[in-house]
Design a protein around this ligand. Structure first.
Ligand SMILES: Nc1ncnc2c1ncn2[C@@H]1O[C@H](COP(=O)(O)OP(=O)(O)OP(=O)(O)O)[C@@H](O)[C@H]1O
Ligand SMILES: [Mg+2]
Length: 430
């Protein structure tokens, strides 16, 4: 980009000039829900989930389930896949069933989640029967009404049209007030609000933290089974990637490209999302360099980028002040394994907050935000001694290399890019 002579340059020279690397890039895009024949392994998990929901196809009572497991272990994939199969099979049996998927990261309040539930069902009914044109159903307004209006209206339409309903609440731990919603959903039938059989599928990658927050009342009304998905090993990851080899043009992948991606993704815990992202980014890197093959070196080079990218997605849910705190902690540390106390972080945080012209939070709020970072798995902390006048003393460290955390934090908070004088967060990783 530092070229001074750009005479004669045209974007036409760029478009279409790089070697053909991908044949179907969506196969290595993590957002794509793969077809059944791309799902490798997980037979036991698929069977467990299917057996819990199965009664829906016989118009009978299904189980509620909770699915736990580390990130990238196929929890979302398996639940979406099985629930859509259940709906299909129910249809074949003459049972009217459907499933709704709620991403609690994007719908993290009870009003948002219940609105999403209502409108997912409503929109599907509109696709099937054109209900928007029917005066008998008028959806509640999208703003200005409480969550109970949405659930009451939901039960009305569900009861009228469906015998069975699967509700998937994914990343439920990111939901602020899940106890009330879970209680309302799991009690609807008992309270005679509907006759439809409902199965609630809860998914979380924060097993213990989430379990501890579920109150007793919800535990007893939810009941049901609990499944834990284990991390993949390198061989399983290799199979998952092999099954998507046709994302690339034939002959483009080097001998050990897939093997290397599987190996790196199995490094911390076997994470299929990371494996797929590594292959995707390696391909992009080859293309950018005008290389005609994607080699294991491209995979190795892509590693930092992928780690920073995955981390930035998870910190994107944090409030801006938490990003400032994370940035401060990162700058305070000299490497992985180094620690800083809450007071040390707080002292430096005040300067950083002023530098980016943000308001400065009090000590206790910053200490709470450090706890939030730990909950997210970005940091680890340990209580030290008996504390001082500011309260309990804790030492904090990062679960990733500081450069990765720094790049991820900058990507999520442009104010910090100015402090670091970089034009792109990727510059940190060079
Ligand atoms: N067994 C598998 N076969 C094929 N692809 C898989 C398999 N398991 C996971 N994947 C793919 O890996 C990616 C991550 O899987 P998924 O989204 O289901 O993980 P998750 O357990 O829900 O993770 P998180 O807790 O971070 O949400 C997806 O793109 C998914 O398609
Ligand atoms: Mg998921």
């Amino acid at each position: 980009m530092g070229d001074t002579d750009d005479s004669g340059f045209s974007v036409d020279q760029v478009i279409g000039s790089s070697p053909r690397i991908f044949q179907n890039k969506s196969l290595v895009s993590v957002g794509t829900v793969p077809d059944e024949d791309r799902i490798v392994g997980r037979q036991e998990e698929i069977t467990n989930v299917a057996l819990s929901l199965e009664d829906i196809i016989y118009n009978d009572v299904p189980d509620n389930i909770q699915i736990y497991g580390k990130t990238g272990t196929g929890k979302s994939l398996v639940s979406r896949h099985v629930s859509s199969k259940i709906t299909e099979r129910a249809q074949e049996n003459g049972v009217h069933a459907t499933n709704v998927y709620v991403d609690c990261n994007a719908n993290n309040t009870i009003t948002r989640a219940s609105r999403t539930l209502y409108f997912s069902v409503f929109d599907e009914l509109d696709d099937k029967y054109g209900v928007k044109a029917q005066p008998s159903i008028s959806p509640p307004p999208k703003r200005g009404v409480g969550w109970k209006t949405y659930t009451e209206e939901l039960w009305d339409i569900v009861d009228d049209y469906y015998d069975g309903l699967v509700i998937i609440l994914d990343e439920i731990d990111l939901f602020k007030d899940f106890n009330n919603l879970l209680h309302a959903l799991s009690r609807a039938r008992e309270n005679d609000e509907i006759e439809t059989y409902i199965s609630i599928v809860l998914i979380s990658n924060k097993t213990t933290q989430f379990r501890n927050k579920v109150n007793q009342r919800v535990k007893s009304s939810m009941g049901g089974s609990e499944f834990v998905f284990s991390a993949y090993n390198a061989e399983q990851l290799e199979n998952i990637l092999e099954n998507r080899r046709d994302a690339f043009e034939e002959g483009v992948l080097g001998d050990n490209t897939i093997g290397r991606a599987a190996e790196l993704a199995a490094d911390e815990h076997g994470d299929a999302r990371k494996a797929i992202e590594l292959l995707n980014k390696a391909g992009m890197m080859a293309r950018r360099n005008m290389d005609e093959t994607v080699t294991e070196n491209h995979v190795t080079e892509a590693r930092d980028l992928v780690e920073a990218d995955l981390l930035s997605k998870s910190i994107s849910t944090l409030p801006d002040q938490a990003k400032l705190v994370l940035y401060t902690l990162t700058k305070r540390l000299n490497g992985r394994g180094d620690t800083a106390s809450t007071s040390q972080v707080y002292d430096r945080y005040q300067t950083v907050a002023k530098d980016v012209e943000s308001n400065v939070l009090g000590y206790q709020r910053v200490s709470d935000l450090l706890d939030e970072l730990e909950f997210l798995g970005v940091t680890m902390s340990e209580r030290k001694g008996r504390g001082d006048r500011r309260g309990i003393k804790k030492d904090h460290e990062l679960n990733h290399r500081p450069a990765i955390v720094l790049a991820a934090t900058l990507a999520e908070d442009p104010r910090l890019q100015t402090l670091e004088s970089v034009s792109s967060p990727e510059d940190i990783l060079q």
